[in-house]
Design a protein around this ligand. Structure first.
Ligand code: VGL
Ligand code: ZN
Length: 245
């Protein structure tokens, strides 16, 4: 009898979420919020939403944009280019930057094999490793058992997704960690809707996770790219919201 009451109570308290579900909080850092180096409009407004839903999850992941001081995505590295410009970067099959097609940037290896060109959007210097700008926002609730995934620390290769770098040359340990926890459904929140949330959601879906984006717990950089990202995520089968709420 006590067991049944306990089971009913725990179902009630947990709502419809189960241990199959993980919350993935993307880049809720000082850099992307008011007072930071790449602030997203109203970015800090995601925090109360995230703090409220995280109690529903037993697995919580936090990603952290984590860049070298001279990162390849920083417009400051390109004398002739500005924030918002796009440059073509050429990578060899191992993911080494070997040529910058239209800019004068030093590169480290000769191009060989089948190279690939990635479009790199240029950003202000942001989220530099071990600076307070890269810290999580103080108001964001975190615990010791949260899984932290840093990304973008390859100096010459950017990483929007919490699963892979932008050329898919390397992966983080997140997919394996989620599989180890037997997670099947992931819920994405955070910043920015049109970049790191979007790229992470696409990868989560493609990896076979049932993928939800808690849209009211996201904010984006540009209205047009936000609309395009939402439409594309929907067309790929990603759903909005918190299941059962
Ligand atoms: C992000 C731009 C550059 C993001 C990261 O978190 O969405 N956007 N780096
Ligand atoms: Zn970044």
């Amino acid at each position: 009898m006590h067991l049944i009451v306990f089971l009913l109570a725990s179902v009630f308290i947990r709502g419809t979420l189960t241990e199959d579900d993980a919350l993935i909080i993307i880049d809720v850092q000082n850099c992307f919020t008011e007072g930071g180096t790449l602030p997203v409009d109203d970015g800090e407004q995601v925090i109360p939403v995230i703090n409220d839903v995280r109690r529903l999850f037993s697995v919580v992941v936090l990603s952290q944009d984590w860049h070298c001081v001279n990162h390849v995505s920083f417009a400051s590295q390109y004398p002739e280019y500005n924030v918002g410009d796009v440059v073509n970067l050429e990578y060899d099959p191992s993911g080494q930057l070997c040529r910058t097609a239209d800019v004068n940037l030093s590169y480290t290896v000769e191009c060989s094999g089948d190279t690939e060109i990635l479009n790199q959007h240029l950003w202000p210097d942001h989220c530099v490793i071990n600076t307070s700008d890269a810290d999580f926002r103080r108001e964001l609730i975190t615990t010791d058992t949260d899984i932290i995934i840093q990304k973008g620390y390859h100096c010459q290769l950017d990483s929007y997704s919490v699963f892979y770098d932008n050329g898919r040359y390397s992966e983080t340990h997140l997919e394996q960690t989620l599989l180890d926890y037997e997670v099947r459904n992931v819920y994405l929140t955070g910043l920015a809707t049109d970049y790191c949330v979007y790229w992470s959601a696409k990868d989560a879906k493609q990896l076979g996770f049932e993928t939800y984006v808690i849209l009211d717990g996201t904010r984006g950089i540009n209205p047009k790219t936000i609309a395009d990202a939402i439409q594309d995520m929907k067309s790929k089968g990603t759903r909005n919201g918190i299941k059962g709420y």
